[in-house]
Design a protein around this ligand. Structure first.
Ligand SMILES: [Zn+2]
Length: 265
């Protein structure tokens, strides 16, 4: 970081750091953050303070946004990038909040060249180089260690888009093996698609089978929310995400939760 960058960062933290009382209260409401040790919490506090200073939050559709919501979003967004560096969310600034799931018009051309108009019901959305959109109801349900997390999902798309359109292939770190990533993800993707197609009630959200970008985003949710489940279902993908995020949530779980991984079928 340049001299100016360091100066600016220090100045923001001096003037706009999240009050520790608010930070601790927000942590207490987010079970997925309980595993972080003191030094990780201190780094999360800094990263989230900078995030809140750099991003703008706007309400749409009559959403009423209290101060706890941007903080909860910042903490979970910065959990993903805790060991990835502060430039991970560069190039865009706006987070738009709807009260609940929202409708988005969609246009699709079929093989005969006919354009079909439909509407998707969305809990969240990420635009390449543009805003990130979230439903407040889904934000409130995120971070409870139950496997679903719209915040982690949409920010995972943002990381995926650091090298272009979301396709399940974010920029990997030096030393990671791109061929192994592709192999491990596509094997797991094909397996989950097959299980969903045969009508199995999968523990992993079947929405993951929509395409490889959704698979990456949904499995990122599972990695941080219910890591024992991902390790039991697709251990090779767990290891890839462990290398990518440079975190090992399973190792930091209380032993009781680790045992659960052998109970589900
Ligand atoms: Zn998605």
């Amino acid at each position: 970081m340049s001299w100016f960058g360091r100066w600016r960062r220090a100045r923001i933290l001096e003037r706009h750091a999240i009050p520790f009382w608010d930070f601790d209260a927000a942590l207490a409401r987010l079970p997925i953050l309980q595993r972080l040790d003191a030094s990780e919490r201190a780094r999360l506090h800094e990263a989230a303070s900078l995030f809140l200073h750099d991003k703008t939050f706007s309400a749409a559709g009559g959403a009423e946004v209290d101060s706890a919501t941007p903080l909860a979003i910042a903490l979970q967004a910065c959990l993903l990038t805790l060991n990835l560096g502060e430039a991970s969310y560069r190039g865009w600034s706006e987070i738009i909040l709807y009260p609940d799931e929202f409708l988005r018009p969609r246009e699709e051309m079929d093989e005969a060249g006919v354009v079909h108009h439909s509407r998707d019901i969305l809990a969240g959305e990420s635009w390449l180089g543009g805003p990130l959109v979230l439903s407040l109801a889904d934000v409130e349900a995120s971070g409870q260690a139950d496997g679903f997390n719209v915040v982690l999902h949409e920010f995972a798309h943002k990381l995926d888009m650091l090298n272009g359109d979301a396709n399940g292939f974010p920029p990997l770190h030096r030393g990671m093996d791109a061929a192994a990533w592709a192999q491990d993800f596509s094997t797991a993707y094909e397996d989950l698609c097959r299980r969903v197609d045969t009508g199995e009630d999968t523990a992993i959200d079947p929405y993951a089978t929509a395409d490889p970008a959704e698979f990456f985003a949904v499995l990122t949710e599972v990695f941080f929310e219910t890591p024992h489940l991902l390790d039991a279902e697709y251990p090779a993908v767990y290891r890839q995400l462990q290398q990518f995020f440079r975190q090992h949530p399973l190792a930091a779980m209380p032993s009781g939760q680790r045992l659960e991984s052998h109970e589900h079928d």
